[in-house]
Write a new protein. Sequence first.
Lengths: 275, 290, 435
Amino acid sequence: MARKITIQHQLGFTLLAWFLGLLMFFPIFWMILTSFKTEIDAIASPPLVVFSVTLENYIEVLSRSNYLKFFSNSVIIAGGSTLLALVVAIPSAWAMAFSPTRHTKNVLMWMLSTKMMPPVGVLVPIYLSLKYMGLLDTRFGLTIIMMLINLPIIIWMLYTYFKEIPSEILEASRMDGAKLWQEIIFVLLPMALPGIASTMLLNIILAWNEAFWTLNLTAANAATLTAFIASYSSPEGLFWAKLSAASTMAIAPILILGWFSQKQLVTGLTFGAVK
Amino acid sequence: MATTQTKTLSRIMNLPAIVLLFIWMIVPLTMTIYYSFQRYNLLNPSRRGFNGWFNYEFFITDPAFFAAIGNTLLLVTGVLAITIIGGVLLGLLLNQAILGRGIVRILFISPFFIMPTVSALIWKNMLMNPIYGIFAHISEFFGVPPTDFFAVIPLLSIVIIVAWQWLPFATLILLTALQSLDQEQQEAADMDGAGIFSKFYYITLPHMSRAITVVILIETIFLLSIFAEILVTTNGGPGTASTNLTYMVYNRALLQYDIGGASAGGVIAVILANIVAIFLIRSVGKNLEA
Amino acid sequence: MKLSSILVGACSIFALSGIAYAETITIATVNNGDMIRMQKLTDDFSAKNPGIELEWVTLEENILRQRVTTDIATNGGQFDVLTIGTYEVPIWANQGWLVPLTALQNDPVYDSDDLLPAIAGGLSVDGKLYAAPFYGESSMVMYRKDLMEKAGLVMPDAPSWDFIANAARKMTNRDEGINGICLRGKAGWGENMGFITAAANSFGARWFDEDWTAQFDQPAWKNTLEFYVKLMNDAGPVGASSNGFNENLTLFQQGKCGMWVDATVAASFVTSKDSTVADKVGFALAPDNGLGKRANWLWAWSLAIPASSQKQDAAVEFVSWATDKAYLELVASKEGWAAVPPGTRTSLYKNPKYLAAAPFAQMTLDSINAADPKNPTVDPVPYVGVQFVAIPEYQGIGNSVGQQFSAALAGTKSVDEALAEAQNITKREMKAAGY
């Protein structure tokens, strides 16, 4: 009995998938919709689906806060920490993937375990350390912290991609007299490119959305979009429309990046789960 | 052919990462352990001094402590259950020939891109609010009195919010795993007349076990230290109904400014997290064998 | 070629002079309406103080508090002006973390004698002013005149709790979505505990006796909490245990509350254009129980200068600009008198233009004057503070106790259980703190 993909089946799955997809997306859709309402319409009961669109919330938010400053800090910190982490992680993952020792697995697990300390528990030590180094409220300081936070995940992800690359190819290039850096840059990286791309994406997402260190270690100079949100959440009175506008502006860049690169993310996000 | 030379070389290559992570681990950890034996309130520096095991004793005898451990585990397992079961089902669905697959996939993965604070605010204000929320309007439409989510089912509400954020991640990884499933094996099973469920149980599920392990491991690491969602929605209440360990540490550190107590709490949280990790690696870690 | 090099030279001279003279001060403030207005008036400050530039860090109240507290306690020096409340000022001043504002106190133009005595008293230690009040508030009853009339009642200027409870039950009409009374229920030392502690004072309850022993096992607390929970169950909105100031404000503005006992600053919001009931609101003093104390608190959001600031002179200029008489005139000229930050200066309450624009002015002043932070309740107490206890440990204790009371309101705990837990928590924390 051969597998039958009937039109009905396909239609049924399509409808179900679209329905569930829209359901998952609904909270975000609703927030974006609210950002175009007046404050009074935003809490109207029953909720308004048809309303007169206003841009006043965006105008107010843009006039009150220097969005570009928060935005560029987010870009610099998320992007910078990702690049920096790759520089450290690629050699490390290469080493563990192509000349593993009996400790490799333990080292990986130990790296992951550094993520288990609750950040609030170490806030004061970190705050004091950064203060003594003069790195409080600097993009550089925050970039380093973000890199350290995500480094274990990056190393692990890269490690799993590198494992899938047959080591014979690397050895062949070595036979041909390639130097180590040539081997990594010209042979390993091109082959692992999809994996590296999705690692980068995942890391940018995680760093962009990190809201503890970015809030607590910054003031005027290095504050990111999470601080931008914190200047609109729960003021006197409920300003849901303005909060929605600010939130939409904070998530829009990463959402759009995610949408455009979702294919990369989908094909690359395997953590070695595919054999 | 791994020579001694490449072995040494690879050690050197691995060194920066290890050194950096070691510093990142050991400096805060040492300071935290040191503080955990100190009487140290940020707002009352004059009382600072050695405090013995008092901070640990105080943290463990907190009436909220065992509730917090329970809530932490419930939060992690609840979210894991929803995201893995949901992720497998959604993965199976998205693996079908669907019209407009790219767009549907975008719809599904979007929640993963949202900042935790923002998603907590959306759910709290616009969906779960008992007066203005969409859910309240829906239940009123059916003539049912609206549920006050954060008072009646606080922990479950938080589980739902967090699961919404992590379901896309699980779905993505599980979907990728599914896509690599051997078609021939599937068809062979079809020939043998295997039913949908036995095919799923004997072929699909084992194939995905590795991916499921990865999801469990990564999500657990992040879920153990969840607190933004709690802070925004329930502040750990009512009572201690939605207080987890991280929130308890937060309470000591940034509401009480009791650095000694918070450090002791942090050390306890790390120990417990490592117990969970060892347990995890023992029970599912064999799947990770490279 | 030549022209461009001259231009470049000129630019660099300007750039250099800019660097040499402009001093940037960083101001940490909360995102409340009055502060946002202040931020929008930055240009006026810059015009008057050309050498000083302002950098704003505007954050939600809780995050702001944790940011500035961590910074000042670790001597981080990231801020030059802090927005803090009546709770922090005495504690921080005693630690030597704040710069006394002697320059302002001695400045005849600033006229510090004009500051409301109750407010200035809360911000001073040993006669020295450590923070300048930006706006001050007490609490009072806001009610719907139309609903009160419909219920066949007349609100006295100084109502009792019995009258409020009776009126609330009569006004409630859940089919029409009208709740007789909206009160804070969301856990937090600055949320439900602000209201409940102030109310408890009028029931004769206190946090600690003179030996710092917790008092939640006393009948006065039981009366307070039972009264509160029962009243809210009978006449409060759904989801009351998650409602704080913001949520109640919206409910009231939407016409869903008959009465609301909360901050006096809310008066200008419920009578503003955002409110659907703006023309129907009346005001009364916070209720009492015939024990000689009313349930009204005292709070002032104030500007202070941390000792860790490197730019204290510039910071004083800013604090002076933001809290002097001219600032009130400035806001009035731009937004009308009803929008000026209230509750800081005696002269404001003598200004006929303000009294005409703000129908709630007299009630606000009376409420502020009725609060006494040194003798907040019926029996003597060892602490200062009406709706809080001005000791460093209070924030944490207040939050934990607030959780218990919020649970009692949500019905997940009984009043007795909540009080027993509250007593236990407070005793533990006070013992650990060395009292």
